[in-house]
Design a protein around this ligand. Structure first.
Ligand code: SF4
Length: 237
């Protein structure tokens, strides 16, 4: 070994386990064995700096991506909107938000196929008088419009507007206005939209029904009638 490369310092020679980490142009060397917390911290910083994806209008569609699969169905819950609700989690989302609450459901092939039996079960559950409505979430409901519209249309046929329909979406309200006809049709048939990607930099666990402060709970019929976003009038925080 050339003399300039020899380690003359006291203590163990840790150079073989040094790893190089680059964060936003700054480079640091850390011992992966002795300084694992720093490595984890560096990874966390990297995750926070990455942002969700931004599709061009019409770039992503149900037709291109949906496999008509369901990640989960949870009847009679209290957490996905106002009142007692039945929640349908569709599979597949392309926004890829760092810190996504449901990573597995980003995969369009995750879960089980949507079936007539499940549709009938949802209607049976919704018929309970104490159930206020259905919530669509995922995954991305607006990239699964074929499944969601089928359920929405059946709810309107059987229950009219006596049951409300909430949907979460990574799309913002403004983005949806420039989107494909199936997405606009779905938007026109729901009552509440919780819009926008999850942003880790704006994460706030004290917010009602949403994870980051950029997301809004939007009253859809009032917004469509007035041509501008109208926030849900029961919003507390
Ligand atoms: S939009 Fe929602 S489901 Fe999609 S990646 Fe972001 S947090 Fe996850």
């Amino acid at each position: 070994m050339p003399s300039k490369d020899q380690n003359n310092q006291e203590g163990p020679d840790v150079r073989s386990s040094l790893i190089k980490v680059n964060i936003d142009g700054d480079t640091m060397f850390v011992d992966s064995n002795l300084y694992r917390p720093q490595v984890e911290h560096a990874k966390k910083l990297l995750r926070q700096k990455r942002l969700p994806k931004n599709p061009k209008p019409g770039e992503w569609t149900d037709e291109k991506y949906s496999l008509h699969k369901i990640a989960d169905y949870k009847p009679f819950n209290f957490v996905d909107g106002e009142g007692v609700r039945c929640s349908l989690y569709v599979s597949g989302c392309l926004f890829d938000c760092p810190g996504c609450y449901n990573l597995a459901a980003q995969n369009f092939n995750y879960g089980v196929p949507f079936t007539q039996e499940l549709e009938d079960q949802i209607m049976k559950d919704l018929a309970q008088p104490y159930v206020q409505g259905l919530t669509l979430l995922g995954g991305e409901p607006f990239l699964n419009t074929s499944v969601c519209l089928r359920v929405i249309d059946r709810i309107r046929k059987e229950f009219g507007h006596s049951k409300d329909i909430w949907s979460w979406s990574g799309y913002t309200w403004d983005e949806l206005q420039k989107e494909t006809p199936d997405k606009l049709e779905m938007l026109s048939k729901i009552d509440i939209l919780v819009d926008g990607r999850f942003l880790e930099s704006k994460k706030d666990l004290t917010l009602q029904f949403r994870g980051s402060s950029n997301q809004r709970i939007i009253d859809v019929p009032k917004s469509l009638a007035s041509g501008k976003v109208v926030i849900w009038d029961k919003l507390v925080r």
